[in-house]
Design a protein around this ligand. Sequence first.
Ligand code: PEP
Length: 256
Amino acid sequence: MAKGRRFLIAGNWKMNGLKKDGCALAKSVAKSLKKAKGKKQPFDRLVCPPYTLLSRVADAIKGSGVKLGAQDCHVAEKGAHTGDISPHMLKDVGCKFVIVGHSERRTDHREVDAKAKAKAEAVIEAGMIAIVCIGETLAQREAGRFISVNQRQLKGSLPAAATAKNTVVAYEPVWAIGTGLTASPEQAQEVHAVIRAELVKSLGEEEGNGIRILYGGSMNPKNAKELLAQPDIDGGLIGGAALNADDFRAVAAGCK
Ligand code: PEP
């Protein structure tokens, strides 16, 4: 990771957790990743529980330095959108980050780049940080189209007012999410470098080099250190391993 960027270790709990186990997990994460007083830690930490647990998790992590995020949002501030949650509601409950354009949203809800972009812009407008997810499928990788697919998705999903302060990009190869297959550090770095170049091209040196690019896709205590050692990998978006506080802490320990 380059100078000037801080690692971000983000847990995406997806549709997991009831009151009891969700609160217990949040408390364990808060305890094991609590910021030591007066000690500088080289990474930011974030948990993104399901909507139903946001308020409880906000209480459980209070004072620990662990931040709260959501997994999706609507683009509007309020109104007749049954079943949806607005960025303002998420901010109100204590969220600092919102994930947009996750491949599971793209698949399950047919979300396209333009939708991810509109959501990211709504998140920023509400005063939070958007985590914009992109990534190729296995078929696209095997067809040798993974570079152009990621370039296209980034171009289509990146918010217009993206800066290093309000936007994080997550490269999540779809074939590696929840499958146990991980991109090798070299495979991941290759795409991260392309994303970095695109960010610099469209936002300029300062913002393009300042935006954090997370890797996501079966990141775990065994592979985290090597992935996080790559020059353009600035942290992880972690699914399965974020559901266990010890594993989540062990992944974070890879930030050196
Ligand atoms: C994710 O959902 O963003 C993810 C990377 O999941 P997993 O770590 O389980 O592959």
